[in-house]
Design a protein around this ligand. Structure first.
Ligand code: EPU
Length: 417
């Protein structure tokens, strides 16, 4: 296990460059299984989820190289094989092999996907959609086997705009016979990135990024290239840190349109942001005001930034209402913020955060990826030293987090616990 040791209250100045989006690349890599060709993915972040997916691709027979943020996947010898729990339990995104292997080979076998324990996270919308497309799906002891004689284009309506199900249906529909329409699709920017890649491979997808996506099935896909979009959650986390500790801290390599929900909330709280074409400059702001933040699907405030944002709210004067609406269990970091001196009353998915509170360094535990990000923010603004245990979670989604922050003036060590 690893832990972070953070000496708090250090001013940050300089530049932090944002890497490729975790939630895009974790779909782009499995998407390559739709072709036997060679694919090149640019701007690939160096995070442990990518390392795990590389292992999974090699297990399936792909030849993979990863150098200077460029991932090359040659699928000449790709085979459809059962994906065992050792792999699938490591990350949520392993469910994308259902859509991609299923779409290519009309057969896939995979154990239930892992990921952060932030709620029940069922995959019923994925499975119902696969069944509508003609797959027979059998579940036995947590392993799903799906097979189809032919994959049929269909109208598929989602009760909820699930990110994972939207991408999975795109993956399983690109080689289907006929037209698939996803109605009430998720609109997160990562979905557009995956559609772009699939279209580069020869797919015919329109409407990605809107609530209705149309996929005309094609016979075959070929190798192609794509660039991973900037990680809006990594960027948002550093913008939050900059608004509490920055002196002209520049967050570069971003798409500011993907961050409007965050920048508008921070502006409401009194943060001064200078928005440039592909960067944001942020400084520590005084007299922050309480605001209400409610997470929801895109273009609403992202659930993945909710936990870091709650650490920010501890520094705002007055009573902020924070509400998580996507997951049942994404407030497990709150008791740790309270231990550090925050004044928070929480019930189920809501928290009233009364600020400002001077946080104090304590020993705390990252219960999931974004909880880790929240405790990182808290530790950086606290007086004294904070130790964050279980930071493997954080490293799944933030590349070179320690170096990126230390290069700007932070004092953080990552050590084996
Ligand atoms: N849901 C269902 N049934 C389904 C699918 C989803 O009930 O079949 C529910 C979930 O339980 C959850 C909600 O719908 O309550 C949202 O789930 P969604 O499918 O949209 O999320 P996901 O695909 O499992 C991805 C990201 C998450 C991010 C969400 C929302 C990946 C690998 N994961 O998850 O990322 O929170 O979209 O934007 O892309 C993170 O990065 O920290 C993270 C958890």
């Amino acid at each position: 296990m690893k832990k972070l040791i953070i000496k708090g209250s250090k001013e940050l100045t300089g530049e932090i460059h944002i890497g490729g989006a975790k939630n895009s690349v974790v779909a782009l890599i499995p998407a390559t299984c739709l072709t036997k060709g060679k694919c090149v993915i640019h701007n690939v972040p160096n995070i442990s989820d990518v390392a795990m997916l590389i292992q999974m691709m090699e297990y399936l027979g792909s030849k993979v190289t990863y150098e200077n943020e460029v991932l090359t996947i040659d699928n000449k010898d790709l085979k459809e094989k059962p994906i065992p729990t050792e792999f699938s339990s490591c990350l949520r995104a392993s469910y994308y092999f259902m859509g991609s292997l299923g779409g290519h080979f009309k057969h896939a076998e995979i154990s239930f996907p892992g990921g952060c324990t932030i709620g029940a996270r069922p995959i019923d919308i994925h499975l119902d959609s696969f069944k509508k497309q003609g797959f027979k799906v059998v579940e036995k002891d947590g392993t799903y086997t799906m097979s189809a004689l032919k994959i049929k284009g269909k109208d598929i309506f989602f009760d909820f705009p699930s990110v994972g199900a939207t991408i999975n249906v795109m993956l399983s529909a690109v080689l289907a016979e006929g037209t698939t329409r996803i109605i009430n699709a998720a609109r997160e920017p990562e979905i557009g990135n995956v559609a772009e890649f699939l279209n580069n491979m020869g797919a015919m997808i329109t409407g990605a990024g809107s609530a209705e996506i149309v996929i005309e099935g094609v016979k075959e896909l070929h190798g192609a290239e794509v660039t991973v979009i900037p990680d809006r959650i990594e960027a948002g986390t550093y913008i939050i840190i900059g608004s509490l500790l920055g002196r002209n801290l520049k967050i570069s390599g971003i798409n500011k349109d993907h961050l409007i929900s965050l920048t508008s909330k921070l502006t409401d709280a009194g943060v001064k942001l200078k928005l440039n074409k592909d960067s944001i400059v942020v400084s520590k702001s005084k007299n922050l005001k309480a605001i209400n933040v409610k997470t929801t699907f895109y273009p609403g405030f992202p659930t993945d930034l909710g936990q870091p944002m709650s650490a920010f709210l501890t520094q705002c004067k007055g009573e902020s209402l924070f509400e998580e609406t996507i997951y049942e269990n994404r407030l497990r970091h709150i008791p740790y913020l309270t231990t550090m001196g925050a004044n928070i009353q929480s019930l189920e998915k809501k928290a009233v955060i009364i600020g400002p509170s001077q946080l104090r360094g304590r020993k705390v535990k990252a219960t999931d990826l974004r909880a880790g990000a929240s405790l990182l923010v808290a530790g950086m603004i606290a007086n004294g030293t904070t130790e964050v245990f279980n930071v493997e979670h954080l490293l799944r989604g933030y590349e070179n987090v320690v170096d990126k922050l230390n290069d700007c003036g932070a004092d953080i060590k990552l050590i084996d616990d």
